[in-house]
Design a binder for this molecule. Structure first.
Ligand code: FBP
Length: 532
């Protein structure tokens, strides 16, 4: 590792506490807690795993044989990943000192290539409480084709793995369910387990209060937004347009807004419900700018979720058509595509700046998702607002916009005390699910608003979270993304506050994450969880 860093040195020594039930890990078992139904449209894809119940970890005696487990990071980085490795490693050793953990390198492709390093206490303890996925790296390869599934099967056989743990988001956990099913169908006893990771906060259900990383990332972004708000109020001359990461759902934007009180935010799910056009969104920004100018306030801060562009009905339709057209003809580019589009979408496409046209055509990720992180919605807004303000020359010259994109800045921060403890616990649950041979399950902990000692631990069948979605033009079973609930308390709270945010500068700067002392909070505080 690099140069001596006093904060890291102290963090590395801080062993995360565990829920009470895990204090005697050799004497716990999973008991069926509730039934979990798998959608009828999904059952045929998972004949071996469509009827699994929800499990709860309780006290009970069990055999503690030696187990050999492989683990992989899949998808985008999220704070706390290293503590999952640490939790897994320590739990496996506590279960049986001869157990082993292998870390596959650079994502799921590491399994296919059988490229791994042994994850011993010496290796993982050097990363205790540190951000990043750099201990083993991550990647976005999807194990999907028959050839890849066979390669994965060969790898777990060659390496004699009792378990394989995928630390990932919705698509990666879907992949865990697919692999678990494939192994069962081939009489391969390797247990496949998922761990819920993603800063986006959209992997969320009755048994996953929050995915790990969301707490830290939203706190890091809120710190930065808070600083920008105070700068805006001090300089009184700039409008800041801040795009925030979170591929689809607007959870991060809503969470950061409730923590910082900016002037205006957009929530993709609301835009979709109200069928708002791009021009209507621009008009609402212009209205805000004109209204604030009446009070001599030619400054402000506007938050834009990364996924917004795909919630605007005409752009979402355009994206779907682009997906189909480029799947059929990969040679299409931003200059010749319009001739292939239907008439009204052609006009929408042609009305966009060239830079955005190109970005809409960028290669899809291996899961078939458009790369929204690369679409500069914040710049699109600035350019359209500047154009519209030409109708108001007296304000046009006072409009001085600055664009920001906060995304990668938050994904590898050192985990907040909550994320550090949550991930350490999730690693232990994953080890126990492997030990007890519950394949196709996701590690889950509830009661996260309480201190760690009181958390309740579960195993959740991944197939119960699946639904059918179009990917690369075909129906695929995938975990349904949890979008912002427009009837939920966080959104309702925002509705109550937003009018005052527009006119009064109620800016709040929450400051950096605290790791020690009275303000180092170890339970979940996010509005997303607390208010739901
Ligand atoms: P995961 O869903 O894999 O956790 O990744 C989420 C995310 O951080 C999104 O918010 C963002 O759109 C995307 O990853 C960026 O991907 P990449 O790291 O490949 O640029």
């Amino acid at each position: 590792m690099g140069q001596f860093n006093p904060l890291e040195a102290v963090l590395k020594k801080k062993k995360p506490p565990l829920p009470s039930i895990l204090k005697d890990i050799q004497n716990v078992i999973f008991k069926k807690h509730a039934s979990a139904s798998c959608a009828s449209t999904i059952q045929k894809f998972f004949p071996y795993s469509n009827n699994l119940g929800i499990l709860k970890l309780v006290k009970g005696s069990t055999a503690t044989k030696k187990i050999r487990v492989g683990v992989v990071f899949s998808g985008g980085q999220a704070p706390g990943g290293h503590n999952v490795l640490l939790g897994l490693c320590r739990a496996l050793k506590k279960i049986n000192p001869d157990s082993e953990l292998l870390g596959f390198l650079n994502g799921p492709s590491g399994l296919l290539k059988q490229s791994y390093i042994p994850l011993t206490e010496d290796v993982v303890s050097d990363y205790q409480n540190l951000g990043g996925f750099d201990c083993i790296g991550s990647g976005r390869t999807k194990i999907e084709t028959q050839e890849q599934l066979n390669q994965a099967l060969k790898a777990v056989q060659d390496l004699n793995l009792d378990g394989f743990v995928i630390i990932g988001g919705d698509d990666s956990n879907t992949n865990a369910a697919v692999l678990a099913e494939f192994f069962k169908a081939h009489n391969q006893a390797t247990t496949v387990v998922g761990v819920p990771k993603t800063i986006d906060g959209d992997l969320k259900n009755d048994y996953v209060q929050v995915s790990f990383g969301f707490d830290t990332a939203s706190k890091v972004y809120s710190e930065l937004i808070g600083n920008i708000l105070i700068d805006a109020r001090s300089a009184k001359k700039y409008y800041h347009f801040i795009k925030l990461m979170g591929r689809s759902a607007s959870h991060i934007t809503l969470e950061c807004a409730l923590k910082t009180n900016p002037n205006l935010i957009f929530i993709g799910e609301e835009v979709k419900r109200d069928k708002k056009s791009l021009q209507e969104l621009i008009d609402s920004c212009v209205d805000l700018i004109l209204q604030r100018a009446q009070d001599n306030k030619n400054y402000g801060v506007i938050l834009i979720p990364e996924g917004l562009i795909d919630f605007i009905p005409e752009i979402a339709e355009l994206n779907l058509e682009i997906n189909e057209k480029i799947a059929a003809n990969p040679q299409l580019n931003h200059e010749n595509l319009s001739e292939h589009l239907s008439e009204d979408l052609k006009n929408t496409f042609l009305s966009l700046p060239d830079s955005i046209k190109k970005q809409l055509l960028l290669e899809r990720d291996p899961h078939g998702n458009i790369q929204l992180a690369k679409i500069e919605t914040e710049k699109l807004f600035i350019s359209m607002i500047t154009q519209k303000l030409k109708e108001h020359p007296e304000y046009h010259e006072k409009f001085s916009p600055i664009s920001h994109y906060l995304g990668y800045e938050g994904r590898c921060a050192h985990p907040s005390p909550f994320d550090a403890e949550y991930t350490y616990t999730l690693g232990h649950i994953a080890a126990l699910l492997v030990q007890h041979e519950f394949s196709g399950y996701m590690a889950s902990a509830l009661g996260l608003e309480n201190d760690v000692e009181a958390w309740q631990l579960f195993g959740l069948p991944i197939t119960s979270l699946l639904h059918l979605e179009k990917r690369h033009g075909k129906d695929k079973p995938v975990i349904q993304k949890a979008l912002v609930d427009l009837k939920g308390k966080p959104y309702q709270e925002y509705l109550k506050l937003k009018r005052n945010w527009e006119t009064d500068d109620l800016y709040n700067s929450p400051g950096p994450i605290q790791f020690f002392g009275d303000t180092a909070v170890t339970h979940i505080q996010n509005s997303l969880v607390k208010m739901n």
